[in-house]
Structure formats: C-alpha cells, structure tokens
Ligand binder design. Structure first.
Ligand SMILES: CC(C)(COP(=O)(O)OP(=O)(O)OC[C@H]1O[C@@H](n2cnc3c(N)ncnc32)[C@H](O)[C@@H]1OP(=O)(O)O)[C@@H](O)C(=O)NCCC(=O)NCCS
Length: 187
C-alpha cells in the first residue's frame, strides 16, 4: 500500500485558524465525526490563533493537524508551548500521518517551539516513530481552571503526554511534581 504514495506530489499547506474556510472546517468536522462519532472542537470560535497543517495530494486533503498556542503555569513560572492536536490521517497506514508530523516537527524546530500532545495506547508507537518522547506522570498533573475558577482534572487516565522539546525548555517543569495549570481545556 505504502509504495502507492508518491511523496513528491504531496504538499503541506499552513493556515492560521482565523483564516480557515467554512469548507475546510466542515471537512475536518466530517472526518472527526467519522473517526470518533462526535466532534468537540469549535474551530470557528476557539482555534482562531491555532496553526493548521494540511497535507494535500493535489486538491485532496490526506491528513491534517493543529498547533495551539497554550501557556502552562507551574511553580510560579510560565511556559509557552504549542499544543499538538486534531491529528488525523484521512486514509490510514499510507504514511500520511508520518509525513504530516514531520512537517509539524520541522515547524516547531524552525520556530524554537516546544510541542506537546496527549494520546492513548494505539497511537503510542506512531508518535514514538515520529520522534516524540513520552513523559510518564505528566498528564495527571494538568489542571484546567475555567473562567469561574472551577478546576477540571483529566479523566482519560489511559492517555499519556508526548513532547518535542529540542532545547529542554520544559526540563524544570517535568522534574517538578507541581500542578500544571492551563486556562484552556486540554486540546
Ligand atoms: C494516528 C494516525 C494519525 C497515524 O497516521 P497513519 O498515516 O495511519 O500512520 P502511518 O502510516 O504514518 O504509520 C507510521 C507507523 O506508525 C505506526 N502506527 C500508525 N498507526 C498506528 C496505530 N493505530 N497503532 C499502532 N501503530 C500505529 C505503525 O508502526 C506505522 O508503521 P508501519 O505501518 O510501517 O507499521 C492515524 O491512524 C489516525 O488518523 N488515527 C485516528 C485519529 C487519531 O487517533 N489521531 C491521533 C490523535 S492524538
């Protein structure tokens, strides 16, 4: 199957969330519905500053993903990261996911960003093969504090956080045991 993918024909398109067309949003929502049976992402209202990546073969989107600027607060310090989310290969096992993630890693690297995402077991191998490092006992420390100062802790205990942090900007945060406060829900 993989031999059929002509990598030279593939191109990556990067779009800021506020510039997404309705058609593109509908495409992502359709595929999220197909994959998960639901879509909890509000692309129009909550992802205006997020950076979207579309891997295209001609005009057809084969994979997509998003980086969301997020501030983490821990031990009286704050850390700017890019939350990795909304990753999907429309056709599976044809390397579209891997090629997409290579572009996303290059983008993080070129801009000196730290990338961080959460996922569950079937995807651990995929992200490891893409070059991400899984950090144990990190997800459990996240606390989303909403506008009413109500605290929400993650419920998906099977998930693990993976990171791209070439310059070790998160080392102190990882070593600490403190809560990691976010003011947006986990992405
Ligand atoms: C996860 C996902 C993006 C992977 O994309 P893909 O294009 O199918 O993956 P690739 O073809 O690039 O796979 C590369 C390697 O990753 C591993 N891999 C990919 N998907 C895997 C899975 N579901 N389980 C275990 N390993 C997997 C394989 O080792 C694969 O190599 P191989 O085919 O030579 O064995 C895709 O399966 C997907 O869209 N899943 C549904 C949405 C989702 O879960 N997104 C991630 C949210 S955090």
């Amino acid at each position: 199957m993989k031999e059929n993918v002509n990598r030279n024909k593939l191109k990556i398109i990067i779009i800021i969330g506020k510039d997404l067309t309705q058609k593109t949003i509908e495409y992502m929502v359709k595929h999220r519905m197909r994959e998960y049976g639901e879509n909890k992402k509000d692309f129009e209202n909550n992802e205006k500053d997020s950076i979207f990546f579309f891997l295209k073969d001609g005009t057809i989107i084969k994979a997509f993903g998003m980086l969301k600027p997020v501030t983490l607060y821990c031990d009286a310090k704050q850390y700017e990261i890019m939350g990795i989310g909304n990753i999907m290969a429309v056709e599976k096992s044809k390397w579209y996911g891997t090629i997409l993630m290579k572009h996303i890693i290059d983008y993080l690297d070129n801009n000196g960003y730290v990338g961080m995402g959460g996922t569950d077991n079937p995807n651990f191998t995929f992200y490891e093969k893409c070059g991400f490092i899984f950090i144990t006992k990190l997800l459990e420390r996240f606390v989303y504090v909403d506008e009413n100062t109500k605290e929400h802790r993650p419920e998906a205990w099977d998930d693990k956080m993976f990171i791209f942090d070439k310059n070790n900007k998160l080392q102190e945060l990882i070593k600490s045991n403190g809560d990691i406060i976010i003011k947006v829900p986990l992405w």
